[in-house]
Design a protein around this ligand. Structure first.
Ligand code: FMN
Length: 264
């Protein structure tokens, strides 16, 4: 795949994967790609843990399902992230960012704006949305052939210090390498943030499963698997292909002066 095509076509896969294990060759290629990312003083502060066992994936699926339900029932999620939801083509075309809610289960459609409002949690709970989302989330994880945990060494990841920022930048670049390489092999990637969003015992249980030594911190979890071209879209699917125009985020000389070609 050409590099620019790979970058432009990289996507989050939020539907089910084929239930086929990832080949060792593909795992090696994907993880090795991470190691070519830049890092301050070539410190390579990242570590990865691969969870492939049925038992591990089931356990994580259960945690993710419970986390989803906890977060959604309290309505915190909608409140925290309301500013990112777009409800019409016009809105998304204007902002160029956020999540376009273009595919909702039919019974929810008439309430779409209301349920995403701050007061909407009650309606969501009555319609059992947290339960439906929890089942979806659990199923997506237990059926993923690979859960990837990414960690940083605390020797570098010192919060509030430059090395903390450097190591997070390096990890971000390593993850992008993983993502692009995975997609080029027909392997989809999705960030699993719900246990982190729920926090507390939910996240602690994930960390306990990974069992890192004292001087390593678990930063994030991802699920990976071969993309199923016939997979159904999930119950609530937030498509997010839209991007801002370059003039909206890249400036000439001083901040705010949107870049245009031919200006010199
Ligand atoms: C830090 C971070 C957290 C994210 N959390 C989630 C998540 O919990 N679930 C999910 O499906 N996508 C998650 N995403 C993916 C974004 O929603 C996605 O990258 C964005 O909407 C653009 O879509 P694309 O990746 O298909 O281009 C996360 C991405 C990042 C960088």
């Amino acid at each position: 795949m050409e590099l620019l095509d790979a970058i432009r076509n990289r996507r989050t896969t939020n539907s089910r994967f084929l239930e086929k294990p990832l080949s060792d060759d593909h795992i090696r290629t994907i993880i090795e790609a991470a190691s070519y990312a830049p890092s301050h003083f070539n410190s390579q502060p990242w570590r990865f843990v691969l969870i492939r066992s049925r038992e591990g994936r089931d356990r994580l699926g259960k945690i993710a399902g419970r986390s989803m339900r906890a977060v959604m029932e309290k309505g915190e999620f909608w409140k925290r992230y309301l500013k990112y939801f777009r409800f019409s083509r016009e809105e998304i075309d204007k902002s160029g960012d956020g999540i376009y809610i273009d595919n909702m289960p039919a019974p929810l459609r008439p309430f779409i704006r209301y349920i995403f409002s701050e007061k909407g949690a009650e309606v969501m709970n009555k319609l059992r949305v947290p339960y439906i989302l929890a089942i979806d989330s659990k199923r997506l994880i237990t059926t993923s052939p690979l859960i990837l945990a990414v960690l940083l060494t605390k020797e570098e990841y010192r919060k509030g210090e430059l090395s903390g920022m450097y190591s997070m930048l390096a990890l971000g670049m390593a993850i992008e390498n993983i993502w692009l390489t995975a997609n080029s092999l027909g392997v989809g990637v999705q960030f699993i943030s719900l246990p982190m969003e729920a926090g507390g015992e939910h996240w602690a249980e994930c960390v306990a499963m990974i069992d890192p030594p004292e001087n390593y911190e678990v930063i994030a979890l991802f699920r990976l698997g071969y993309v199923d071209p016939d997979a159904k879209r999930p119950t609530i699917d937030w498509s997010s292909k839209q991007r801002k125009d370059i003039s909206q985020f890249c400036f000439d000389e001083t901040f705010g002066n949107g870049w245009r070609s031919g200006r010199v």
